[in-house]
Write a protein of this length. Structure first.
Length: 721
């Protein structure tokens, strides 16, 4: 165990190191560990909870790796840690990637006075970005030994770039830090940030791991190596280990996967638990998580930061300061603001006047057809105001059904193209839409994007006009973040309307209930105009604290008792960021193996590993597309144990690869029996598998460009799609 800890560069503080490294007798060992609790040197039960999980992680991981080494006669020669060379490369790249980064890095140590120019211009915008970088560098250097940080910056201010500067500073000062995690609420954000990190930090693909359902199987070795080409799963076995234990210095993963690592009792996920020690964790878009779990998030973030020496950076343009929550913690968590003067940037015209909120139709009773006329009218007006040829307009609905009705009602004679983006759109089509909108050659076109909330905080697009069904206040702001994103245009507006009542979807969200009960319409407007979300979040915190102080109900006290009792199952089950069951729909159409990216170059939908895997199973592209029906038959064959692979590792690799492939043909919706029964009319029950429904007759109910056609589903519940 000592050797394993040393190899992973894990140094555990105080009581957490005892069971992992001591060689005393078991009885003496247990007495020695519990002594601090008996003498009241330690308050709380988290150390014991964390220690037992840590030991389980270390024991199972070391056993697995040792067995793998013995069985495969392949030593694990890299644990994917940040070494000296990579550390120096990241620091150099982060501080020179933009001209204002390089200037900021040097000016931060001088007596340079940070400016906040109010004249709107591209030069002033970059000056403000540079000044934010200077302020961040100064604050992180002055608080370099703290573990908890907030990074609140306006849309267009470059939060990801600022976070990479913070990472570089922490790596420079703390040689013990050996891993970086980026945590996101949406896979789209993972994809976007992956590209930015590779370019900005000059990282290679084998230095960054992607952990999400659509990532598929990843190799961290040279594809031309002898082991890779030997055809005997030599390198693939090492790749499997690297995927399982995330032997990559940088890891981008979903919030569900990350918080599962913090709390789960499931063995495979718990393999990664020890990897948290001495790491940096950047959690993006914190407001995307339901307030019902903010207290638990704070509890784990605070305790793991101390116990495992984890540096947490929480960032967003609408950042809830969760440390205001009143939890029964030994010491109140102290967060360092990396931009303590963020208010001045939010109110600067270069950001504050990026988008103007309009409330003309917020309380109006509108028909879909009337809304369609308004969208065309305002788009024409924008064109006239800007004397241009093109306008990019986005309209967001709460429910997919309303989006579909609007798409059918809109007059197509004005817009050159009408695009639909929703949760039922497949990944390849989603990328086609985003690339089309980001391609500068299309800026002189008139394009309308009809969408649901999948665009909020998760899609890097730059629209000119916005329309949104009013919902949560911070959700409204997130849609505004897709308009005039690069802060270069004039007369950009976001109109709020109400076709669907937000309470249908958000009735259990405290942000909705406090807005309804405690915030006037005038205050609602003021929050969006001034970007001051403190009033909203403070009211939410009050309600969370009020509930946590109540007796006889399930609240944080109840949850903390699970930790005290080492009730691992309930610790895991009672903290689920998404607590809805999903129904996965497989659409067996043919999708392209590659598409055109935002610059007109080729972007691959299927990786070379996936294409080789399919070729080895006699599935080949036809006319540049891959047939989903053939893919599904292969998937069923593999799960029926008829795939011809007997070795466990080879089978696990194959299932990981095929899992990434079928995700390209799959979308998910909230599970209800009525919707499942309605969709079964278009499926083939003989080919359904577990929670997957095989939409064999998809032509009758599904369109590649528009997604699921709700009108074909005889269910009163399809409005929730």
């Amino acid at each position: 165990m000592k050797s394993f800890l040393k190899n992973y560069q894990i140094e555990l503080p105080n009581q957490l190191s005892i069971l992992a490294t001591d060689t005393l007798t078991e009885k003496h060992l247990v007495n020695k560990f519990f002594e601090p609790f008996k003498t009241n040197k330690i308050v709380g039960h988290f150390p014991l909870y964390a220690l037992t999980r840590l030991n389980f992680s270390l024991l199972t991981a070391s056993d697995y790796l040792a067995t793998s080494h013995y069985m495969n006669q392949k030593p694990i020669d890299s644990l994917g840690l940040i070494d000296k060379d990579l550390r120096e490369k990241v620091i150099l790249a982060a501080t020179t990637s933009h001209s204002y980064n390089s200037e900021a890095y040097h000016l931060a140590i001088s007596d340079y006075k940070v400016e906040n120019p109010f004249d709107k211009s591209g030069d002033n915008l970059n000056l403000i970005r540079k000044n934010m970088a200077i302020e961040l560098l100064r604050n992180i250097r002055n608080n370099i030994h703290q573990n908890l940080f907030y990074l609140e910056a306006p849309t267009g201010g470059g939060k990801t770039n600022l976070s990479m500067l913070a990472i570089a500073e922490l790596l420079k000062e703390h040689e013990i830090i050996n891993k970086v995690f980026y945590v996101f609420p949406f896979t789209t954000l993972i994809t976007q940030t992956h590209k930015v990190i590779l370019e900005t930090l000059k990282l290679s693909e084998n230095e960054v791991s992607l952990l999400h359902s659509k990532a598929g199987f990843q190799s961290n070795e040279d594809p031309n190596s002898e082991e890779k080409a030997d055809g005997k799963y030599g390198q693939e076995k090492k790749d499997f280990i690297s995927n399982l234990f995330v032997h990559y210095p940088f890891c981008l993963l979903t919030h569900i996967r990350f918080f599962d690592i913090l709390k789960t009792n499931e063995k495979e996920t718990n393999y990664l638990f020890h990897r948290l020690a001495n790491s940096i964790v950047v959690i993006d878009e914190l407001q995307s998580y339901s307030p019902v779990h903010w207290d638990k998030m704070l509890y784990f973030i605070h305790n793991y930061s101390k116990a495992f020496n984890v540096k947490f950076i929480l960032m967003s343009a609408t950042l809830p300061r969760i440390d205001k929550l009143n939890l029964p913690l030994e010491n109140k968590p102290i967060f360092t603001d990396l931009l303590p003067n963020a208010k001045q940037y939010f109110t600067n015209p270069n950001f504050a006047e990026r988008v103007k909120f309009r409330f003309d139709y917020r309380d109006a009773t509108l028909e879909i057809s009337e809304l369609a006329d308004i969208v065309i009218e305002k788009s024409k007006y924008y064109l006239a105001q800007n004397e241009g040829n093109g306008v990019f307009t986005i309209i967001e609905f709460i429910f997919k059904k309303s989006a579909t009705e609007f798409e059918e009602a809109i007059d197509r004679r004005f817009f050159d193209e009408i695009l639909v983006l929703s949760g039922t759109i497949l990944e390849s089509r989603r990328k086609e839409i985003i690339n089309k909108l980001k391609n500068e050659k299309n800026r002189d076109k008139k394009i309308l994007l009809i969408t649901t909330q999948v665009v909020e905080a998760g899609v890097d697009i730059d629209m000119d006009l916005g329309f949104k069904n009013i919902s949560l206040i911070d959700s409204d702001e997130q849609l505004a973040g897709r308009v005039n994103r690069n802060v270069k245009k004039k007369n950009c507006e976001v109109y709020l309307f109400q076709i669907n009542k937000p309470g249908i979807l958000y009735k259990n969200d405290r942000r909705y209930t406090v807005t309804r009960d405690k915030i006037s319409k005038e205050e609602h407007e003021d929050i969006l105009k001034t970007k001051d979300f403190k009033k909203l979040y403070d009211l939410v915190f009050e309600r969370i604290d009020l509930q946590n102080n109540m007796e006889g109900i399930e609240n944080f006290k109840t949850y903390h008792e699970y930790i005290e009792r080492l009730d691992y199952q309930n610790v895991h089950d009672k903290f689920k960021l998404i607590d809805n069951r999903n129904l996965s729909i497989f659409v067996p159409l043919s999708i392209p193996i590659s598409i055109e990216d935002e610059t007109g170059e080729t972007e691959n939908i299927f990786s070379e590993t996936e294409l080789n895997f399919l070729r080895n199973n006699n599935i080949f592209p036809e006319n540049g597309c891959l047939n989903g029906a053939l893919v599904w038959d292969l998937y069923l064959k593999m799960n029926d144990n008829k795939g011809g692979v007997n070795n466990y590792t080879e089978k696990a690799i194959s299932r990981k690869i095929i899992g990434g492939i079928i995700s390209k043909y799959t979308f998910s919706i909230f599970y209800t029996e009525k919707i499942k029964e309605a969709l079964k009319g278009f499926s083939n029950p003989n080919k359904d598998f577990e929670d997957y429904l095989y939409l064999e007759n998809y032509q009758l109910v599904y369109n590649y460009e528009k997604g699921l056609i709700e009108a074909k589903i005889e269910s009163s519940e399809n409005c929730i799609l």
